[in-house]
Design a protein around this ligand. Structure first.
Ligand SMILES: *[C@@H]1O[C@H](CO)[C@@H](O)[C@H](O)[C@H]1NC(C)=O
Ligand SMILES: *[C@@H]1O[C@H](CO)[C@@H](O)[C@H](O)[C@H]1NC(C)=O
Ligand SMILES: *[C@@H]1O[C@H](CO)[C@@H](O)[C@H](O)[C@H]1NC(C)=O
Ligand SMILES: *[C@@H]1O[C@H](CO)[C@@H](O)[C@H](O)[C@H]1NC(C)=O
Ligand SMILES: *[C@@H]1O[C@H](CO)[C@@H](O)[C@H](O)[C@H]1NC(C)=O
Ligand SMILES: *[C@@H]1O[C@H](CO)[C@@H](O)[C@H](O)[C@H]1NC(C)=O
Ligand SMILES: *[C@@H]1O[C@H](CO)[C@@H](O)[C@H](O)[C@H]1NC(C)=O
Ligand SMILES: *[C@@H]1O[C@H](CO)[C@@H](O)[C@H](O)[C@H]1NC(C)=O
Length: 406
């Protein structure tokens, strides 16, 4: 290896051997770490405008029509609000999960072992500004904060837990903090936290590769989801002022527009809205913007900045969402960035610079540490747009947005 490459890898904290170990630990190493790593379940009770707790559950790779036609999805929809115009942001899986935590895909067009530098902020930093407890529940994660590429079924070696479906683990700002790591737990800990009334105010829930439909289909995944939700819908501790988003990472058919069947349900959904539809344009970035609007949190200054806010929350803040003409919108590809592998080989990987002086749709400006890190630089994109676009590569430049009139 040329010394310059080794020096570069070390400089960015990715010495080859260290990465290999973290990505592919032996079963002995996993067992040893599991024996000493305890989960952490901080609790908080910060009042929100529309909900006091938020959980999102993602299934995998299902086209809108297939999900909408499934009987168990229909039943779940009858318990809440169907979001008929909710979009994933690209393909394949991992960049969508990344987007839900970091407000961007950073050009990722793959499911690789990715590490995002510590100077890129996430929703964890937003929550920490108000000490809002957060966590992730990843089915069959072998121990809290496990960073391996996968943890397969140890009898069949079938896909079970995969890192690419774990949003916060992709970020060095999370993995370099051992407290944060311990808030990334498995389903056993979900039921412990539920039982002990120690659920966090924000949680991301990832069923394993069987239950989320990845290695099965919508019939299987929706049946799993209905069962999983049903007992929670009867749990008064869980339901109280809780909003649950049931959605998908992306569609199955890449050339189709990336619109995904999504449902809001839980105790925070007013009775009169149950069984209704909301056709407002949303993306995975809208979820971050909605959390910021609900709890009075700043923005990451990335694509969450201009994203539409769930109507349920927007009504409380008076924010007027955009109507987006989706005729030319696909959101099935990523605009080039530092994590692209399919784009121009000569592409210079520069980490996109977030906005630092916008008010953003949630109305609370941009996270202080983002301002401190990037305030002297020009933002790479127009992050006040409700959908991502890039004039340089011509990405989504034919899509238009206008403020809603009613
Ligand atoms: C953020 O970190 C990356 C990787 O270490 C570095 O290349 C980049 O220059 C940093 N950005 C700023 C604005 O400091
Ligand atoms: C879940 O994580 C706990 C530690 O928090 C570990 O003891 C347990 O074996 C894991 N369970 C499963 C089913 O992976
Ligand atoms: C990860 O997946 C590979 C390929 O299926 C498998 O050989 C390996 O045992 C898995 N690792 C763990 C820790 O489950
Ligand atoms: C996924 O989890 C379920 C339990 O929820 C389990 O029955 C199934 O075997 C798991 N899948 C794999 C491949 O281990
Ligand atoms: C899903 O798979 C099961 C069997 O594995 C099958 O019975 C069912 O019809 C499939 N559903 C769809 C929508 O293809
Ligand atoms: C939840 O409660 C309803 C009626 O209140 C009942 O029909 C249903 O079986 C319960 N579900 C579970 C999973 O306990
Ligand atoms: C995105 O959709 C367009 C229109 O159907 C298609 O031409 C393009 O190939 C798709 N991109 C990918 C990566 O599939
Ligand atoms: C940025 O996007 C917003 C919202 O779509 C638009 O109103 C504004 O004109 C755009 N700014 C620039 C400089 O293109």
């Amino acid at each position: 290896m040329r010394p310059s490459i080794a020096a570069f890898l070390t400089a960015v904290g990715m010495a080859c051997t260290a990465t290999a170990d973290v990505a592919h630990p032996s079963i002995e190493e996993i067992r040893a770490a599991a024996a000493t790593t305890r989960p952490l379940s901080p609790v908080s009770n910060v009042k929100g405008l529309a909900f006091d707790r938020f959980l999102q559950v993602w299934l995998e790779n299902i086209d809108y029509s297939a999900a909408a036609g499934d009987n168990n999805q229909k039943w779940l929809a009858s318990q809440g609000i169907t979001l008929t115009n909710f979009w994933a942001v690209t393909h394949p899986s991992e960049p969508n999960y990344c987007a839900s935590a970091g407000g961007d895909t950073f050009g990722m067009d793959n499911d690789d072992f990715i590490r995002i530098p510590a100077n890129v902020s996430t929703i964890a930093d937003l929550f920490d500004t108000k000490k809002i407890s957060w966590g992730e529940y990843q089915e069959h994660l072998p121990y809290p904060g496990y960073q391996g590429f996968n943890y397969s079924n140890q009898e069949t070696y079938a896909n079970d837990y995969v890192r690419k479906h774990n949003p916060l683990i992709l970020f060095d700002s999370v993995t370099e903090d051992k407290h944060r790591l311990r808030q990334i737990k498995n389903f056993t800990e979900f039921y412990n936290d539920l039982h002990n009334k120690r659920l966090p105010q924000y949680a991301f829930v990832t069923p394993n590769m069987t239950n989320d439909g990845h290695d099965t289909n919508i019939t299987f995944a929706a049946e799993w989801e209905r069962k999983w939700m049903s007992s929670l819908l009867n749990n008064t501790y869980f339901m109280k002022d809780t909003l649950v988003l049931l959605t998908f990472d992306e569609t199955h058919t890449y050339p189709k527009p990336n619109r995904i069947f999504s449902i809001l349900l839980g105790g925070a959904v007013p009775e009169h809205l149950k069984g209704t539809e909301d056709d407002t344009f949303y993306t995975h970035y809208s979820t971050i913007a909605s959390l910021s609007a609900n709890w009075g949190l700043p923005s990451l200054g990335r694509w969450d900045c201009g994203a539409n806010i769930f109507q349920l929350v927007a009504e409380k803040t008076g924010y007027v969402n955009y109507d987006v003409d989706t005729t030319n919108l696909y959101l099935n590809e990523t605009t080039p960035g530092p994590l692209s592998t399919n784009y121009y080989s000569e592409y210079t990987p520069e980490w996109p610079i977030p906005a630092t002086s916008e008010k953003c749709s949630a109305g609370h400006g941009i996270l202080k540490q983002v301002q401190n890190t990037y305030g002297h630089l020009e933002p790479t994109y127009n992050y006040t747009s409700p959908f991502p676009y890039d004039t340089k590569s011509g990405y989504n430049v034919d899509v238009t947005a206008t403020r809603k009139t009613n």
